[in-house]
Design a protein around this ligand. Structure first.
Ligand code: S6P
Ligand code: ZN
Length: 198
């Protein structure tokens, strides 16, 4: 693994990086079970699978001191009333944090802790958002254009998707009267999100 300094170009409005180690493309079919309105999800999928978000990552070795970083391009849209969103995750090592810098678009970061604490923060170009240790996090695009974020987190963190996939977040972001509103997730299931690997 390269241990010399790395320079990359982050191009806007696309949000792409000129150098990266991984490129993940998430489509509607990857998101089965995530959206509250399952009928709307199936109806949309029947019209065709489409890309919902892309991630460009400079993944670094899982060693103390290393920082992984990259960009997420979350496309606009809705599944029923619910705005397009990322899967969301805890970091496998719960005592790790993350910094997000919003470069373009409008959205929200939905966050919660296993003890039930929740926080939903608005993001637009210029917003710097700190996700402290132990907070699960998901990005939601509430705007009309791609939501582009740059993020940095400890490379040792790892990801726990299962806790969110099984239970969801307590809060969801839906369209009400032409704008975003935060709503209780009727499908949220109580349960322990565990302590992670750390
Ligand atoms: C990683 C960081 C982001 C997300 C990305 C996609 O810790 O939070 O790179 O991975 O925004 O979200 P998700 O929930 O599908 O990984
Ligand atoms: Zn993360």
């Amino acid at each position: 693994m390269e241990d010399t300094p790395i320079t990359a170009e982050l191009t806007l409005p696309g949000g792409t990086l000129s150098r990266f180690t991984g490129h993940t493309v998430r489509t509607l079919s990857d998101m089965r079970g995530y959206y509250a309105d399952t009928a709307a999800y199936e109806a949309l999928l029947a019209q065709g699978d489409r890309v919902l978000y892309e991630v460009y990552e400079v993944a670094r070795p899982a060693l103390p001191g290393e920082l992984s970083h990259g960009t997420t391009i979350l496309y606009p849209g809705q599944v029923g009333e619910e705005y397009v969103m990322t899967k969301g995750h805890y970091h496998a090592i719960r005592e790790t944090s993350e910094v997000y810098y919003c470069l373009l678009g409008e959205g929200m970061m939905v966050m919660e802790k296993p003890d039930g604490a929740t926080s939903v923060q608005a993001m637009c170009a210029g917003t710097v958002l700190y996700v402290p240790p132990r907070w699960a996090h998901r990005t939601v695009n509430t705007g009309q254009q791609p939501l582009v974020t740059f993020w940095v987190y400890p490379a040792v963190a790892g990801h726990d998707y299962a806790s969110i996939q099984e239970r969801g977040f307590r809060k969801i972001v839906v369209e009400r009267g032409g704008g975003p509103a935060i709503s209780d997730n009727a499908r949220f299931q109580q349960g322990s999100a565990g302590s992670g690997e750390g």
